[in-house]
Design a protein around this ligand. Structure first.
Ligand code: C5P
Length: 401
């Protein structure tokens, strides 16, 4: 039996005769260790009472989008963030249509739009409704947006028809839920990521920094969390929202980033150094604002610790990934850095190319490891991050094997 221990599942129930099977599903998910919060549409409540589901799940049932009492306990956005998986069973034809077209006219559709957790639907409807071209088009649209459809099965229906449209049995759905977690390529892995620039203080009002936006590091954090990892980001000053289900630690200087990494590195399986760490810092930070007394001034700079190289020296070390921003001889310099810093993987990008890299939404990279390489052509940092996480997952499994 697949394991759902510590998994947080929002079970959405929409209006259909198969809603009665949702009661059994709550039990089956709970048996496997999941915590379940049930969300019901108005129509669902015509078929089964919230009280039944509350008793079975052990949690209050959520029914209204605009219920102040419910919002005070656990608001719809909080619920969307809480979920590791949103499973809608049964999913009616009407619900599929509303979801496919981005409606947010009740709690369940709103939650589906708001969540970054995977969504799975267990369609249940009359065979004619399932076969209808509109439903089929909606199903295709939902699949194209990575929403999983589990079922429907074929067989005898409540209305007497025979054909496709029966909801899968509770046990089958619980198994699908367990499989969906098991197939997350970094399931249960702990990933530590540095992101953004660092700021090296000169005096109380001035600092040395760089143009890093942190977008690549944050995209990697999101992709790693989507792949099932527990992710901590150590972020320099960036104007980015924290991706959902990610722990974020804000720091300013390279030294603070170094300290924050060392505190956590022993508890991580994978370390990704995506930050643009300042190589040097002023030798001394003036206590007061420096006055412009002279025509020229000299700042003495000292080297900052190399965070990724320090991590890669540890024994045992996590699977360590570095970045290399280069303007010439990208592959050569990157391979040199891979070896010199004892990294397991390096991701190189040519920062001289306009439109990609620093402070941009797009990137194109060359990933290198001891006996291989992979080009990822120009595309969004989100897509690059997903491909890099897949590569990292493959490489870590190879290393462990
Ligand atoms: O040597 P270079 O700065 O080009 O190396 C870049 C890689 O090293 C990046 O992964 C960056 O996050 C990491 N780095 C670091 N600490 C530093 C400098 C760079 O972790 N002080």
């Amino acid at each position: 039996m697949g394991n759902l221990t510590n998994r947080q599942i929002v079970l959405g129930i929409t209006g259909g005769i198969a809603a009665y099977k949702a009661a059994e599903l709550v039990r089956r998910l709970g048996d496997r260790g999941a915590t379940v919060h049930v969300v019901m549409t108005k129509a669902a409540q015509q078929f089964i009472t919230p009280l039944t589901l509350q008793a079975l799940s052990g949690n209050p049932v959520h029914t209204d989008l605009l219920d102040p009492a419910a919002e005070a306990a656990m608001g719809h956005i909080e619920l969307a963030r809480w979920a590791d998986l949103v499973l809608v069973a049964p999913a009616s034809a009407d619900f599929m249509a509303r979801l496919a077209h981005g409606h947010a006219d009740d709690l369940l559709t709103t939650l589906c739009l708001a969540t970054s957790a995977p969504i799975a639907l267990a369609p249940a409807m009359n065979q004619g409704m399932w076969r209808d071209a509109s439903t089929q088009a909606n199903a295709a649209l939902l699949r194209s947006r990575s929403i999983a459809l589990w079922g429907p099965a074929e067989g005898e229906q409540a209305c007497g028809d025979i054909g496709p449209g029966r909801m899968l049995e509770a046990e089958q759905l619980a198994q699908h839920a367990a499989n969906s977690f098991a197939s997350r390529i970094l399931d249960g892995k702990r990933v530590l990521i540095t992101a953004g620039p660092t700021r090296e203080a000169i005096d109380p009002v001035r600092y040395i920094s760089n143009h890093s936006s942190g977008k690549m590091g944050f995209a990697l954090a999101q992709a790693a969390a989507d792949a099932g990892a527990h992710v901590t980001v150590i972020a320099g000053p960036v104007a980015l929202k924290t991706p959902e289900r990610i722990e974020r630690i804000d720091i300013d200087s390279a030294q603070q980033m170094f300290d924050a990494v060392l505190e956590r590195v022993d508890a991580c399986d994978i370390f990704i150094a995506a930050a643009a760490v300042a190589d040097y810092r002023p030798a001394a930070v003036a206590d007061d604002k420096i006055k412009k007394q002279h025509a020229a001034m000299t700042l003495e700079l000292v080297r900052n610790p190399d965070i990724v190289a320090s991590v890669a020296q540890r024994k045992p070390k996590p699977f360590t990934v570095g970045f290399a921003a280069e303007t010439t001889q990208v592959a050569e310099y990157a391979r040199d850095k891979l070896e010199r810093k004892n990294l397991d993987l390096i991701v190189a990008n040519d920062v001289s190319q306009p439109g990609i890299g620093f402070n941009s939404d797009d990137n194109a990279v060359l990933a290198l490891w001891s006996d291989g390489e992979m080009h990822i052509d120009a595309r969004s940092k989100t897509q690059i991050a997903r491909e890099l996480i897949e590569l990292i997952a493959r490489q870590t499994h190879l290393q462990i094997a």
